[in-house]
Every structure is written in structure tokens, then in C-alpha cells.
Design a binder for this molecule. Structure first.
Ligand SMILES: Nc1nc2c(c(=O)[nH]1)N[C@H]1C(S)=C(S)[C@@H](COP(=O)(O)OP(=O)(O)OC[C@H]3O[C@@H](n4cnc5c(N)ncnc54)[C@H](O)[C@@H]3O)O[C@H]1N2
Ligand code: MOO
Ligand SMILES: [Mg+2]
Length: 423
């Protein structure tokens, strides 16, 4: 005789979050690179190291509109002993000096123009007085100018051959401007993992369908697609699967052939229609874990098939969201070769008490606020696994370790910063 509780989905060995993550990551293999045009590289992950092909700046550059001079011509000058220099050249930006500077001469020069080799300082217009005499132009200086003044030396920012960007770096405005500076208009970036998303549950309505009693709209698929996109991968929302194990098997099997990883939401607990729990324990895939010592998302499940990952996340929106952030995000990050695949960790002061106690680690959604040089974390009032609405107001997941005591306001907590949120 078999009893319900004899089934595999009831017998679960809970893993700690880091152990569960460690089981997944070996299967999150880096995808090959593709070449994209620089303007399309925004937000992508660099797939190769980039070194500077030349120093930057590559010529000595004027930092001011003024006059290039030999600083020694101003030695000892002052209000009563002005220096008088003849202006022998004019150098707009993009042009080269046309005559060598000799002692007693100066070249009119604009910000960003190449400084004559002989000059060792630029004096700004405002510090000079122009005198025209016998068809010649002179400047009068009443202050000593130190060597190097207003000249940007060659290679100030970068020498030739320096590593500018490491492989795995996310490309934003700063990185893109560096690449443009060096004339790199084609960039090798990691291919975006193609991720299949299935919702499961006979209660699910398409979001365009009118409400029906006892049924809900499929919000998780959209939430997950947004999370997938945010993590740098490409989401494919596939047709939702009703609670039919055989159908789920076929659909998931087919998805493995076409996508780099599969996410499902719903049906991973111990309910009669929790088909993903049955699928994962049924030999179709190799289970990595089906319980994690965390809340929400204790039933988060992961498996592999043909070397590809299946993330069977909870159907409860809060648990689904957290399951993605803790397990799918780092896997996508690894597939992209990202330098930092995990949510960034910070320390904050708990701004309100958190009274729920648990023997599992809680990842409580919350808001961050910085005041007077301190970071405060406000746990959401409603943070149940089944609650969706407060996800939108959260900047971070507040980590509450297992404890038999409530956490007081003022205690320091670790927070995992979420990429969305307004903080
Ligand atoms: N006897 C037990 N019952 C439950 C346990 C348990 O240990 N023993 N665990 C609870 C916990 S914790 C969670 S979390 C949930 C997990 O449920 P499932 O992952 O099996 O998800 P479903 O049963 O399919 O749905 C749960 C809930 O979420 C709604 N849902 C599902 N899919 C979507 C979607 N795409 N968009 C929006 N909402 C969705 C669904 O309608 C249900 O309300 O189990 C507890 N039960
Ligand atoms: O697994 Mo459930 O999300 O802990 O609440
Ligand atoms: Mg269920």
C-alpha cells in the first residue's frame, strides 16, 4: 500500500540557499559571443577583454582657451615687471601648430587643440592683456605661470595596451564612451540566453480575458519575463499549461530542445494538482533540489535535462519573484559571463521591527531609504508568499536569518538590492 506521504514530492530534503545555488551554477555554462554594433551594445555583457590601442589623450591637449607659452618666459614677472610675448600662431581645435615657438613668443590656442611641442604651459585669455603694435600682436602677462599649467599630458587617462574593460562587464554609458573613443564600433558580447517561461495551473486566465469566479489572470509569466529581460536574457512566454502532467512533460521536453533554460511557475508544492513536483520527481529530468530553507519559496525546485536547467518556481507570486532573484538571476549571469551574477549585498538598519519568526531564512521584500549617511530598510507590511502587490514597492530583499526571537528596529540586517525599485 502506498500513502500520499510516501510519494517523492512529500519527501524533501531542504538545502540552504548557498548550497542550492552551488548545485545550479555548474550547469549555467557561458554562451558563445556575438558581434553587435556599438549603439546596440547597451546593457549587454562584454565577451572579451578590451585593451587601449593607443594612449589617451594621444597628443598634448590644451585645457583652456588661451595662449601656449614657454613658462620660463614668465620667470620673475609681476605687476611691475610684465612679460610681453609676441603671438605668432593660432591653433584651433583639430589643427596643428604651424610654427615652432621660440622664447618670447606665444600661440593663440583653443581648448582641446594640440599644444606646440616647445610650449610647456597654456595661460587662459582672462590672465592676459592683448596689445597690438606695428602690425604685430603681443600679450602682456603679470604673473608667473608654472610649467605644465593647463596642458593634459599624453596618456593621462590611459597608456597604450592597458586593459580598459574586462570580459564580463556590463556595458553602460561609461563603457560605451570608452569604446567609441578607441574607434571600436563592433563589440563582442555574450549571446542572450533564450529562456522559456511556462505558467502552470488550470485557474489561469490570459491577461486579456474577462475575470471568472475562482480564476485569476496569469501575472507571473509577465513578471518573470520582465525579470528575465532585466537579467540580460531573452524571455519567451509560452502557452500556459493546465494541470495535466502528461501535457506538461511534452511541453517542457519540447522547450528544452529550443531554449537555453526553462522556467515554470506553479505546481511545485504537495497539492493534488502540483504537476511540476510530479514531473521533477518522475525521472523526466534530474532533480537538483526541491526544497530550500527559505521563505518565501521553500518549495523552489531545480532540475537538469541534457545539461540545461529547469527552474520550477512556486506559483505564489512572492515566492516566484524571490525564487527567480536567488536562483535564476545568477544562472543567467553565469551564462552571460557577468562579473557579478548575484544581487549586490549591503548592510542596513532595520527601520521597523520584524516580528515573524521562522526556522528558515526569510527574504522579506522592503524599501530602502538613505538618511543622514545611514541606510534604513523598511520591511513591507504585506510580505506573504501569496501577496503580489508589494513587489512593486520593493528596492531590496531583507535577509532575516532563522531565529526564535523577533527582530527589533535598529538591528543591522543584510539586504540584497533589487535591480528594479526606486532606490
Ligand atoms: N500542504 C501544504 N500546502 C502548501 C505547502 C506545504 O508545504 N504543504 N506549501 C505552501 C507554500 S510555502 C507555497 S509557496 C505554495 C506553493 O504552491 P505551488 O508552487 O504549488 O503553486 P500553485 O499551487 O500552482 O499556486 C499557488 C498560488 O499561486 C497562484 N498562481 C499560480 N500560478 C500563477 C500565475 N502564473 N500568476 C499568478 N498567480 C499564480 C495560484 O493561483 C495559487 O493561488 O503552496 C503552499 N501550500
Ligand atoms: O514556499 Mo512558500 O513561498 O515558503 O511561502
Ligand atoms: Mg500548489
Amino acid at each position: 500500500m502506498t500513502t500520499d506521504s510516501g510519494q517523492d514530492k512529500f519527501r524533501r530534503k531542504a538545502l540552504q540557499v548557498p548550497d542550492a545555488q552551488a548545485r545550479i551554477l555548474p550547469y549555467a555554462r557561458r554562451l558563445p559571443a556575438e558581434i553587435v554594433a556599438l549603439p546596440d551594445a547597451q546593457g549587454r555583457i562584454l565577451a572579451e577583454q578590451v585593451t587601449s590601442p593607443h594612449p589617451y589623450p594621444h597628443f598634448r591637449r590644451s585645457g583652456m582657451d588661451g595662449f601656449a607659452i614657454l613658462s620660463r618666459d614668465t620667470a620673475g614677472c609681476g605687476a611691475n615687471r610684465p612679460a610681453l610675448l609676441e603671438v605668432v600662431d593660432e591653433i584651433p581645435c583639430g589643427f596643428l601648430p604651424s610654427v615652432p615657438l621660440t622664447p618670447g613668443t606665444a600661440a593663440r590656442i583653443m581648448t582641446g587643440a594640440k599644444v606646440p611641442d616647445e610650449a610647456d604651459a597654456v595661460v587662459m585669455f582672462e590672465m592676459t592683456e592683448t596689445i597690438r603694435q606695428d602690425g604685430k600682436t603681443y600679450i602682456r602677462l603679470v604673473r608667473e605661470i608654472e610649467p605644465g599649467k593647463n596642458i593634459t599630458p599624453v596618456g593621462l587617462e590611459l597608456a597604450a595596451g592597458e586593459v580598459i574593460l574586462e570580459s564580463g562587464r556590463k556595458l553602460g554609458a561609461g563603457e560605451i564612451s570608452v569604446l567609441a573613443t578607441f574607434g571600436i564600433n563592433q563589440v563582442a558580447v555574450s549571446k542572450r540566453p533564450r529562456i522559456a517561461i511556462f505558467s502552470t495551473g488550470s485557474e489561469l486566465l490570459g491577461i486579456g480575458e474577462p475575470l471568472q469566479d475562482g480564476r485569476i489572470r496569469n501575472s507571473n509569466a509577465y513578471m518573470l519575463a520582465s525579470q528575465v529581460r532585466e537579467a540580460g536574457a531573452e524571455p519567451f512566454m509560452l502557452e500556459a499549461i493546465p494541470d495535466d502532467l502528461e501535457l506538461a512533460r511534452q511541453r517542457v521536453r519540447a522547450a528544452f530542445a529550443d531554449y537555453d533554460a526553462v522556467i515554470t511557475t506553479g505546481g511545485v508544492s504537495v497539492g493534488d494538482f502540483d504537476i511540476m513536483a510530479d514531473l521533477v520527481s518522475g525521472g523526466e529530468v534530474e532533480m537538483l533540489f526541491n526544497k530550500v530553507t527559505m521563505r518565501p519559496g521553500s518549495v523552489t525546485t531545480a532540475a537538469v535535462k541534457d545539461g540545461k536547467l529547469l527552474f520550477a518556481l512556486s506559483g505564489n507570486p512572492g515566492a516566484c519573484f524571490v525564487g527567480f532573484e536567488l536562483f535564476v538571476r545568477p544562472a543567467i549571469g553565469r551564462m552571460l559571463g557577468a562579473l557579478q551574477p548575484f544581487l549586490p549585498e549591503m548592510t542596513a538598519e532595520l527601520a521597523r521591527p520584524y516580528t515573524k519568526i521562522n526556522n528558515f531564512t526569510r527574504f522579506v521584500r522592503g524599501r530602502l531609504e538613505a538618511r543622514e549617511g545611514k541606510l534604513y530598510a523598511y520591511p513591507a507590511e504585506l510580505d506573504e508568499s501569496s501577496v503580489m502587490i508589494t513587489i512593486k514597492d520593493s528596492d531590496a530583499l531583507i535577509v532575516i536569518p532563522p531565529s526564535s526571537e523577533p527582530k527589533e528596529a535598529g538591528e543591522m540586517v543584510t539586504v540584497l538590492k533589487l535591480p528594479g525599485g526606486s532606490f
